[in-house]
Ligand binder design. Structure first.
Ligand SMILES: *Cc1c(COP(=O)(O)O)cnc(C)c1O
Length: 410
């Protein structure tokens, strides 16, 4: 017993030289070769690789159309616009998300509001959603779009969300930035069975990366065409779709709506294509590491965010939520891990509590479960190359601090 204690104290005291980040991209030789090939080719910006990437994503996820962009943020923006979002409309999302899920509504001059979460899985609470919809209907303030966020890679209850969207006539954009490769009842997230559009991010901390990048998937041809146009200045090049047809001038193009330059380029798409081939493998590795964490954490006063049996999470994040009696030591535990070079994070500061959102009228107390979650959640490192020894070390450090705190009040 004593020797274990000495070993532990030594382990805790030695300042690990190597910082363990909470997430990390995995680039292999094939990725590098694919990118170099593009650099030596005739296309660097949007070209054949982007098109191929879009096709491969559709094939993999079993969806009709996709539009690759330079970020998920841009994809969310053009997704909202393609559903006709404008001033006077309302969008709802979860407060526990990256700010981009809410900002996209504001880009369109729409109003934003939030639905509180379920602390067990960090996802939008269906019960709160039902209550809020009922109330919104009674005061004539129903949302035009709901943006459920598949936090940490785990799908929201899309059966219920679809059902509610039919009753209350709202559109659904899945913010699946965390969850490519994840499944809901056996099918890949992004097949848009239960939504109008799904958006993924390929930022380096996400499941697969293109450096920066995103993609929007849909089964609706009209939405697809609109998003494609918005991605590139609102310009139409298809001669058959020009408003002023002029068969003798085939070089003509038209700007038909106000769009942006949100294009992905071929360098990014080549990296994405190469990474996509390993998607299932990456998701499996992430699930294996989560399982190992679950086993090692089971005696501690913490809960890992739950994943329902019919859901395959892509396990973008390993989030633990401290049990009630430990919540007041959240900062202490967080800082202790940080000082030991463990790259802990909080996913996320509730969006409504940021200064910008407070200026819009939101205040602390508006979404109490989200706020409690933010005061008790810690993201521990998880990425494909993280090994068991590192996980054990992270947990020993966490255990050491928790036992120290526990001995003060038990
Ligand atoms: C990362 C992320 C985004 C934004 O992704 P970018 O590709 O960086 O624009 C949006 N929503 C969520 C939930 C995210 O985690």
């Amino acid at each position: 017993m004593n020797s274990i204690k000495i070993f532990l104290e030594k382990l805790i005291r030695t300042k690990e030289k190597k910082y363990i980040p909470y997430g990390k991209h995995a680039i292999n030789k094939r990725d590098i070769i694919s990118v170099v090939k593009v650099l030596k080719s005739n296309f660097i910006t949007q070209g054949p690789k982007v098109e191929k990437f879009e096709k491969e994503i559709c094939k993999k996820l079993d969806v009709n159309f996709s539009v690759a962009t330079n970020s998920a943020t841009s994809a969310l923006h053009i997704a909202c616009l393609s559903l006709g979002l404008q001033k006077g409309d309302i969008v709802w999302t979860s407060p526990i998300t990256f700010v981009a899920s809410a900002n996209c509504a504001l880009y369109c001059q729409a109003e934003i509001d939030f639905v509180d979460i379920d602390i067990k899985n960090g996802l939008i609470s269906i019960c709160e959603l039902e209550k809020k919809l009922e109330h919104a209907q009674s005061i004539g303030k129903l949302p035009k779009i709901l943006i459920p966020v598949h936090l940490a890679g785990t799908s929201c209850d899309m059966h219920k969300i679809k059902q509610l969207s039919e009753i209350y006539k709202f559109k659904v954009i899945e913010d699946a930035s965390h969850s490519i490769g994840g499944k809901f009842f056996g099918s890949y997230i992004g097949n848009c069975k239960y939504s109008d559009i799904t958006v993924f991010s390929f930022h380096p901390v996400k499941i697969i990366t293109t450096g920066e990048g995103g993609i929007a998937t849909t089964n609706n041809l009209e939405i697809f065409e609109k998003m494609g146009k918005l991605r590139s200045h609102g310009i139409e090049k298809n001669i058959n779709k020009l408003e002023n047809k002029s068969n003798d001038k085939p070089w003509l193009y038209e700007q038909q709506i106000l769009g942006f330059n949100y294009r992905m380029n071929d360098i990014e798409a080549a990296l994405g294509l190469s990474q996509l081939k390993r998607l299932d493998n990456i998701v499996k590795k992430r699930n294996d590491i989560r399982k190992f964490y679950l086993k090692e954490l089971h005696n501690l006063p913490v809960k890992v965010l739950e994943v329902e049996p019919n859901i395959l999470s892509s396990v973008h994040l390993l989030v633990i939520v401290l049990d009630k009696e430990y919540r007041k030591y959240h900062s202490e535990i967080f800082n202790f891990l940080k000082n030991k070079n463990i790259g802990v994070q909080l996913h996320y500061i509730p969006v409504h509590s940021h200064p910008y959102y407070k200026k819009l009228g939101f205040k602390i107390g508006d979404f109490p479960v989200s706020e409690e979650y933010a005061n008790s959640a810690i993201t521990l490192p998880l990425f494909p190359e993280l090994n068991k020894r590192q996980v054990k070390k992270i947990i020993e450090i966490l255990k050491f601090e928790i036992n120290k705190i526990g001995s003060n009040f038990i």
